[in-house]
Structure formats: C-alpha cells, structure tokens
Design a protein around this ligand. Structure first.
Ligand SMILES: NC(=O)c1ccc[n+]([C@@H]2O[C@H](COP(=O)([O-])OP(=O)(O)OC[C@H]3O[C@@H](n4cnc5c(N)ncnc54)[C@H](OP(=O)(O)O)[C@@H]3O)[C@@H](O)[C@H]2O)c1
Length: 218
C-alpha cells in the first residue's frame, strides 16, 4: 500500500526549516544555504566526487518509489509568484520531480506539463483531499510531502504522514518558519530514531505506529 513520506527536510537546532524573508534571490531567506550544506556534499546531490557515507545513504532515499509530490505555495515560488503567469517553479524546464506534483495554493491556476514527467497541478484543497488525488496519480507508489514547513506541519498534524526524515543542522536561525509549532507528543504516534553523522548533522526518522491509510476506528 502506498505510503506518505517526507525526506531531507533540514531544520535548525531551533526548528526552523527556512529563514526569512523569502525572496527570488534568497529562497531560504537569511538561512542562505546553511540548512542544506550537508546534502550538497553528498554524491546524491553533487554527483561524482560527492561523499558516499551515511549522509548520502539518507539523502538518496528521497526518490525511491515516489509516484507523486505535494508541496506548498512558498516552496513553489517566492511571494507573489501567483501574479506571474509565466512562473513555473524554481527548477527550470525539467524539474527534479518527474511525477505529478501537486502545489497547494489559495490561488490555483491550470495544470502545467513540464519536461521529464513532471506535471504541476495547483489545488486549493484540504491535506486529505489533495492526498487523495496524489495517491490516485501515484498509481500505487508512495507520495512525498516536499515541504515547506507549513505544509509538512499540516500533514503531520492531520495524521497523514507514515515516514518523516528530518535533518537537524547545528545552526541557530532565530527566525523563519518553524516545523514544530502546534505539534505535540509526536513520540506517542511515531517511533523516532536519531543518527548523528560525521558531518555534524543528526538524521531524525519518524515511523508511524499506525499507517495513514488505516485510521483508528476505535
Ligand atoms: N528546509 C528544507 O529542507 C526545506 C524543504 C522545502 C522547502 N523549504 C523552504 O520552506 C519555505 C516554504 O515553507 P513555508 O512554510 O513558508 O510555506 P509552504 O509550506 O511551502 O507553503 C505554505 C503556503 O501554501 C499554501 N497552502 C498551504 N496549505 C494550503 C491549502 N490546504 N490550501 C490552499 N493553499 C494552501 C498557502 O499559500 P497561499 O495562501 O499563498 O496560496 C500557504 O501560505 C521556502 O523558503 C522553501 O525554500 C525548506
């Protein structure tokens, strides 16, 4: 059965998944590239010459078995992208998703087919509604929640996430968008493991004790 997964969501010690303000020039605001330095060094990102160790092993899980992606409006573009009819995401004509990709926005627009198998669909819908569409589009494969912090938090709060991989980076951002706000006692719903790697980051994996497609009926 298809699972709902999050991978490589990088957070600061104080729980921010992005800095501020987000702009066209600075997609992560004042965080710059500090949240993802660990990932850029791996072979899965950098290609030949990148590191092959534990960070690579975690990072590489991102794409396996994924049949659809869900993301928020602020991951898709900088503030105001909805006013630009030509904006098609940060990632150019051949985005790295290669699947149907559902963008949650209060200002939807017609779907856009990109090169390489990515089609953007824009939806104003609840997390469970968009997940229903993404699951159907994924055709038996898993659905990835790609971020940002707000959408991840909403899907976790709704009990819709089976597996979550966060990467805690030893920096303190002080401001931005926090992933944890409003979430409580996740340790009761998830088995949590922490693995520190030589690069200095800590990989946190959350595995649901009860699957998202088997709601508790008691
Ligand atoms: N640290 C990481 O690993 C990582 C990973 C991915 C992204 N990011 C960063 O995270 C930042 C974005 O995160 P974010 O928390 O600001 O925003 P986000 O989660 O990307 O998007 C939130 C926005 O999506 C729209 N939205 C969310 N739920 C909706 C619903 N149910 N129906 C309709 N629209 C809905 C709303 O936008 P509108 O009301 O404007 O339509 C909402 O303000 C970016 O800076 C990105 O670069 C970080």
């Amino acid at each position: 059965m298809s699972e709902v997964r999050i991978h490589n969501l990088s957070i600061s010690l104080d729980g921010f998944a992005t800095g501020e303000p987000q702009t066209l020039e600075a997609p992560f605001g004042h965080a710059g590239e500090r949240l993802h330095g660990w990932m850029f060094a791996t072979r899965s990102w950098h290609g030949a010459g990148g590191s092959e160790g534990a960070d690579h092993a975690f990072a590489a899980r991102n794409d396996h078995g994924i049949g659809a992606e869900i993301m928020g409006a602020n991951k898709f573009g900088p503030p105001g992208w909805q006013d630009d009819p030509d904006w098609k995401g940060w990632w150019g004509p051949n985005p790295p998703f290669h699947t149907p990709t559902f963008v949650l926005t209060h200002r939807p627009r017609p779907s856009v087919e990109m090169e390489g198998g990515t089609t953007y669909h824009f939806l104003d819908a609840t997390p469970s509604e968009v997940l229903g569409q993404a699951r159907a589009a994924a055709n038996g494969r898993d659905v990835r929640i790609g971020g940002g912090a707000t959408v991840v938090r909403d899907f976790v709060a709704a009990g819709l996430v089976d597996h979550m991989h966060l990467v805690q980076v030893p920096i303190v951002l002080g401001r931005g968008v926090r992933v944890w706000d409003g979430l409580e006692a996740l340790e009761e719903r998830y088995d949590i493991e922490a693995t520190s790697t030589p690069s200095g980051v800590t990989h946190l994996t959350f595995t649901a004790k009860q699957r998202s497609d088997q709601p508790d009926e008691g």
